[in-house]
Design a protein. Structure first.
Length: 387
């Protein structure tokens, strides 16, 4: 029998499991006639604030908007610099550029793909206003050290939590020379609740996905929450009283209603993702030339991403594709290398190297053990070709 094809992501099992509840939630919104913000959005904001352990949660139209509005709430604009990671989806740097500030890229740690705090202080200038770490692939960045550096230089911190809702910080360090973890009070907290602001995405493929675009801003600061709420609706607190140039970034009620059905399942789904990562790691352990990610406490595996060494990535992709197994490269071009930025940035060796090696394998909570076995066996075969 021909083994079935394996996509990179399959959202259908989750919908099948929750179909009646989701349809009832959508129907309720349709019957209510209220399609923008409204009771479902308010309830979602309250539920997410309680879940994440933050005082304020403001639902917006996308993760990108959450980043842009967070930057604007902090007053960041032309002439300012924001330190961030080169190794992320372009929305990270794009949001900084869109508000008129300059992204300053600091290289990453090879084992976590996240910004390397040891290199941040050297990148701080008199123009630096904030640090924007990304918890890439669901792995928390080293927030303890990032917050210490921010405090020392009087900088704000915006956490790009688009890929890491439900991930928790335990100060685990894998490959860098870490300072001893002094920030005991951060232990076990959800990422997105640690910096000045957290920006989340509910893009359908994220760990908590809507059926359209959606995003969230979190903060414990009432003044920032107020600003974010104003920026979400054309810079106004009161209808037709516009106090600043804002955005139209209100969340749809239907998306909020869907997310409210899904939120109670998030932690179980994240745990399934961790289990799958563990299984992948066990099955890939004996294959030479593959570096697997560590399953650290708190990691929620938005992606399961390995490094394929010795220039064998193309042959692996092709062999797997020939067997109907999809893979993806997140990210083939680091943000600092994108044509939109010309050649203004100096090379960042770790990020540049990772871009040639990373490969993300199929992962969704319902991925079956037989499918994992099929994928890992194919990977083993692919590495053997011509070696
Ligand atoms: C998805 C993503 C975003 C943007 O979120 P959208 O909801 O698609 O606008 C920002 N940063 C990272 C790291 C992401 O993965």
């Amino acid at each position: 029998m021909q083994p079935s094809k394996i996509p990179i992501l399959d959202l259908k099992p989750q919908y099948q499991a929750l179909k009646s509840e989701i349809q009832a939630a959508i129907d309720r919104v349709l019957e209510s006639g209220q399609f923008i913000l409204g009771p479902d959005v308010t309830a979602l904001e309250q539920e997410l604030a309680a879940f994440l352990g933050v005082k304020f949660a403001i639902a917006v139209n996308s993760g990108t908007d959450a980043l842009i509005i967070s930057l604007r709430a902090l007053g960041i604009g032309p002439g300012d610099e924001v330190i961030t990671t080169p190794f992320s989806f372009f929305a990270t740097a794009e949001s900084i550029t869109l508000v008129g500030a300059k992204p300053v890229f600091v290289d990453v740690c090879p084992a976590t793909f996240n910004i390397n705090p040891d290199l941040i202080s050297a990148a701080v200038t008199s123009r630096t206003k904030a640090i924007m770490p990304v918890h890439l692939f669901g792995q928390p960045a080293r927030m303890g050290e990032i917050l210490e550096i921010a405090q020392a230089h009087d900088l704000k911190v915006i956490e790009d939590t688009a890929q890491a809702i439900g991930a928790r910080y335990f100060g685990t360090c894998l490959d860098c020379q870490c300072l001893p973890q002094t920030k005991q009070q951060l232990q076990g907290k959800f990422v997105g609740s640690l910096g000045d602001l957290g920006a989340f995405s509910f893009f359908p493929t994220k760990n908590l996905g809507a059926y359209g675009d959606g995003g969230l801003i979190t903060t414990n600061d009432p003044a920032l929450a107020e600003l974010a709420k104003m920026l979400r609706v054309h810079g106004s607190r009161q209808r037709y009283i516009h106090e600043m140039i804002g955005y139209n970034s209100r969340m749809d009620s239907i998306q909020a209603a869907i997310l409210r059905v899904k939120l109670p399942h998030l932690q179980a789904w994240n745990e399934q993702r961790r289990q799958i990562a563990q299984t992948y790691n066990q099955k890939l352990a004996d294959i030479p030339g593959i570096v697997t990610p560590k399953v650290t406490p708190g990691h929620v595996f938005h992606q399961y991403t390995v490094r394929i060494l010795d220039n064998k990535r193309d042959q692996v992709i092709q062999h797997l594709a020939g067997l109907g197994i999809s893979t993806m490269i997140y990210y083939p071009i680091p943000q600092d290398r994108l044509a939109v930025y010309g050649n203004q940035y100096p090379p960042l060796p770790v990020s540049d190297q990772l871009a040639t090696e990373v490969l993300s394998l199929p992962l969704w909570p319902e991925l079956a053990p037989e499918q994992i076995a099929q994928i890992t066996q194919a990977l083993g075969e692919a590495i053997q070709i011509n070696s």
